[in-house]
Design a protein around this ligand. Structure first.
Ligand SMILES: O=C(O)c1ccccc1NCC(=O)[C@H](O)[C@H](O)COP(=O)(O)O
Length: 256
């Protein structure tokens, strides 16, 4: 039986083919903002490096934020102390859009991750063209050759790469790449269950020179403090912040 990732990737292949056939023209983006450097600086200063996600909806939760306003959320996340943004651009499963990334990045100074399902280096060029400072490689979605090709395209554009893994085998494959920014997604893509134990298991296997990011299902300051006891200081958080009426205050309470 196919899981949600298989279904997303099937849709994405068709979407990318359509977009390559009918490319949009984009305005010239400003130069890349250092994404990994922004996270590392927070962690080095003894704080938490938060990648705050602008996420309208998801396959697991449906609609998360009805009054969705990417520029306002970007400003609130920056004022609340986030180091970086993650912005969903996938339309079919997350109700995202490239225009949300463009508008949110223009509204703040934070580096931005294009959160989408990369299957083709062409999408990396498009990501930079809309202003993204980093892209995501999901190890479960690609073979080693595809990952290396997409990573090389990103580095050529001066972007950072967050490499996302779910288990030890995927971590071993991730570490064959050059990027030293590794995210552990605690969400099981078959069941949608979130298990933060995954992060604890994998941080012990990751080399010390990695920027290590815990992703998904983080709800409270206590969750982050528990992870900090295992030397994990960077986090990708979406839903729990996006559900708050006062996003700025929620962000500050989470990491302040
Ligand atoms: O969020 C989902 O339902 C989902 C389903 C299938 C593939 C990916 C999915 N989420 C992408 C993410 O990585 C999360 O948006 C991100 O880690 C933030 O998670 P959360 O704080 O739980 O919103």
């Amino acid at each position: 039986m196919s899981n949600i990732l298989d279904r997303i990737l099937a849709t994405k292949r068709q979407e990318v083919a359509d977009r390559k056939a009918n490319p949009r023209a984009w305005p010239q983006p400003t130069p890349p903002r250092g994404f990994k450097a922004a996270l590392d600086a927070r962690a080095a200063a003894g704080g938490y490096g938060l990648i705050a996600e602008i996420k309208k909806a998801s396959p697991s939760k449906g609609l998360i934020r009805a009054d969705f306003d990417p520029p306002a959320h970007a400003r609130a996340y920056q004022a609340g102390g986030a180091a970086c943004l993650s912005i969903l651009t996938d339309r079919d499963y997350f109700q995202g859009h490239e225009d949300y990334l463009i508008a949110a990045r223009a509204a703040c100074d934070l580096p931005v991750l294009r959160k989408d399902f990369m299957i083709d280096p062409w999408q990396v060029e498009e990501a930079r063209a809309i202003g993204a400072d980093a892209i995501l490689i999901i190890v479960a979605a690609l073979d080693d050759g595809q990952m290396a090709e997409i990573e090389a395209a990103a580095f050529e554009q001066g972007m950072d790469v967050l490499v996302e893994v779910h288990d030890a085998q995927e971590l071993d494959r991730a570490l064959r790449l050059k990027s030293r920014m590794i995210g552990v997604n605690n969400r099981n893509l078959k069941t949608f269950e979130v298990d933060v134990q995954k992060t604890y298991e994998l941080v012990a296997r990751a080399p010390a020179n990695c920027t290590f990011v815990a992703e998904s299902g983080l709800i409270s300051r206590g969750d982050l403090d528990a992870m900090a006891e295992h030397d994990i200081r960077c986090f990708l958080i979406g839903e729990s912040l996006m559900r708050q009426q006062d996003v700025e205050a929620a962000t500050r309470n989470m990491i302040g």
